[in-house]
Design a protein around this ligand. Structure first.
Ligand code: PLP
Ligand code: TYF
Length: 393
């Protein structure tokens, strides 16, 4: 039986991690996988996470099953974090999921149950896992233009032109902030116009928000999601805690569905059903850490302060890189690096240029020239800048 299996394509980002590890060069630079690293190259456990874990160790009395929805206090705290205080609880159904990936997977399955012929509109480019999961589920996918290869900003005219063809029953997948892999994001005015477009077409938005707090700030990064939540009758939100709490391996995320209050209960029942079909109870430890932090004013303040340090550190690296490239190239054509937000920037290098930077300088970035800004530090920024110019960017 197992002999019938066909080989599967591997995840290129994860493959690059292996290649980097095997490279013996001591001065190699890893700008591949989207994991935050500090200036020492370490992915730290955040102070508030440590404190919350210590508290849990002292106070937890059981490891019996949670609910199918996950711990309600976690779901509520996440709803407030993403949707803001006073979020519409009467319209909200939610389940805890194994990471943002699990939330995306459950969202796609929910869409398939509600609208079997739905086309899912995804940005070109998007996080490769979106496409891979949708393909695995046999769902229809359409790409909408997103990245302007000239300006390295959003091709908003192309985006809205393509999305005008979305229909009621279709879903438009948007990155809430810090677009992966490009780093190019919508401004608030553009979010308004996307809301207009969705209202006009009747298509349902799905937001994947995996980097809240990494872009312009916790509240600012959620502004687009909140705007759509206010203006549209229905919406799906897949939120990840992997990055902003630094708890990647705990597998912590949440899927939220906003609907008419009359449909809330059945929607919730379907979310519970999907959790039960796929794994029964979602992971609890990470969710409990997040809940403990968000519900404790001191821990929350400390978490926010550390997250802000992380955000400002990445922003400073962006500014340093843009400045270094301005100096070396004598032009402003790399200004987009300081405009982009989040962990990633797509540099716009060709695959050959990406390969050359790897071969000549041991700089590892994803093949589409996506860099993880957090893989840099003050002393490697000039190395990358020189390599980019040398490669002919
Ligand atoms: N969505 C996007 C756009 C991502 O970049 C990631 C990456 O980590 C995720 C979702 C899911 O992350 P996780 O499953 O680790 O929470
Ligand atoms: O895009 C990234 O690098 C992150 C991490 O299958 C990631 O989102 C990469 C691949 C993957 C899961 C997570």
């Amino acid at each position: 039986m197992l002999g019938n299996l066909k080989p599967q394509a591997v995840d290129k980002i994860l493959m690059l991690m292996g290649e980097f590890r095997a490279d013996p060069r001591r001065d190699k630079i890893d700008l591949g996988v989207g994991v935050y690293r500090n200036a020492q190259g370490v992915t730290p456990i955040m102070r508030a996470v440590h404190a919350a874990e210590e508290r849990l160790l002292q106070t937890e009395t059981t490891k019996t099953y949670t609910a199918l929805t996950g711990e309600p206090g976690f779901n509520a705290a996440m709803a407030e974090l993403v949707l803001g205080q006073g979020y519409p609880a009467d319209r909200l159904a939610s389940v805890a999921t194994p990471g943002g990936t699990g939330a995306c997977r459950q969202a796609f399955e929910l869409i398939r149950m509600a609208s079997p012929d739905a086309t899912i509109w995804v940005s070109d480019p998007t996080w490769p896992n979106h496409l891979s999961i949708l393909r695995h589920l046999g769902m229809k996918v359409a790409l909408y233009r997103y990245f302007d290869t000239e300006t390295r900003g959003v091709d908003f005219a192309g985006m809205t032109e393509d999305l005008a063809a979305a229909q009621a029953g279709d879903v438009v997948l948007l990155h809430g902030c810090c677009h992966n892999p490009t780093g190019a994001n919508l401004n608030l005015d553009q979010w308004e116009r996307i809301a207009d477009l969705l209202q006009r077409t009747g298509a349902t938005p799905m937001i994947d928000i995996a980097y809240q707090g990494f872009g312009d700030g916790l509240e600012e990064d959620a502004a687009g999601v909140r705007l759509l939540a206010q203006r549209l009758p229905e919406m799906l939100i897949a939120a990840s805690c992997s990055k902003n709490f630094g708890i990647y391996r705990e597998r912590t995320g949440v899927l939220m569905a906003l609907s008419d209050p009359a449909h809330r209960e059945v929607t919730q029942g379907n979310l519970n059903y999907l959790n039960r079909q796929n794994y029964s109870f979602p992971p609890d430890h990470g969710a409990r850490i997040v809940m403990t932090i968000l519900n404790d004013p001191a821990l929350r303040a400390d978490w926010q302060a550390e997250l802000e340090e992380v955000r400002l550190g990445m922003l400073a690296l962006r500014q340093q890189l843009a400045e270094e490239l301005r100096r070396l190239s004598g032009s402003d054509r790399f200004g987009f690096i300081a405009q982009h937000r989040g962990m990633f920037s797509r540099l716009g290098a060709t695959p050959e240029q990406v390969e050359k930077m790897k071969k000549d300088h041991a700089i590892y970035m994803v093949g589409d020239s996506r860099i993880n800004v957090a893989g840099l530090n003050e002393s490697t920024v000039p190395v990358l800048a020189r390599a980019m110019i040398e490669a002919g960017l």
